[in-house]
Design a protein around this ligand. Sequence first.
Ligand SMILES: [Mn+2]
Length: 356
Amino acid sequence: MVSHYNDRLSGLRAKMSEAGVDALYVNHKENIRYFSGRKGDDCALYFTQDIAYIITDFRYREMAMEMSDSFEYVETTGEYTTLDFLKSRGEKVLGVEKDYLSLGDYLSFCELPGKEIKPVSGLIEDLRMIKTEDEIEATQKAAAIADRALLHMLDYLKPGISEKRAAAELEFAMKCEGADDLSFDTILVSGAGTSKPHGVPSDKLIEAGDFVTMDFGALYDGYHSDMTRTVAIGSASDEMKKIYDIVYKAQINCCAKLKAGMTGIEGDALARDIIEEAGYGEFFGHGTGHSTGLEIHESPRLSRLWKGVLQPNMFITIEPGIYLPGKFGVRIEDLALIKADGIMNLCTSPKELIIL
Ligand SMILES: [Mn+2]
């Protein structure tokens, strides 16, 4: 059984009542994983106030049977489909995941006689925002792997290496340090390429006088880390130093003052105000942070749009940046755990400007 399964289940059932659904059909992989501990391929979950089912096929029968303390098993075949199972159930209002159910499935669910199909959003995602000890521990391990890989890169980076080669080195280092996989496609860009917040590593060779931005993370036991460092190669111009310093001050101000009880808007402002006051607000076009967990981007967020309140044991990234098109960009990102009176920073890598 997944740790905290019963807490998660009772939390979900309360959310289902609030949302006015008698049953909830879950097909989003990470939401399935949250309750099953398994990857969630080719299966679905069906929750009511009394019972929980896992719906899958013969290939996963044994795996599903091992979860018999958490789920009743429903096996679909060529003759007995998910629709047949849903038809057999008495629940009238069936919640479906608005953000994840395919339009095709939605349309066929709507044909089920005597049922009201109700698209809902965020029921499980809301529960996932607050992390339990085991989730925190897995994320700490993922973040530590990324920190060690960064140290390796500080030795490795030099002029003449292509962005693709350097990205491969960073990914290899994370695997060697114990990552199950990458958190997401590594961003490793240099020179003018750093002005694109989500640039893709290219054949460009890293040159003296370049900034190199590395945005990367490790996956450990299902949990994602995320960090970014921008370093200079050989030297940095006065303008590069100036921009770096503004982003650095914005980042450390947010790290120093962020705590539970703030809204996402207030947290965002801790970094954004400094960048705006320096006159570069228009070059910081993304939110200051997001949470991580079973997915790389989760709520809560630090942004001008996220009105929710930060609570203890939520993760949040703190990643302000300034991007000057055609010139260069700087982003510094840590991953932190929200505490009642501050944050616990999971990233220990240095943040002051490093000139390699
Ligand atoms: Mn991030």
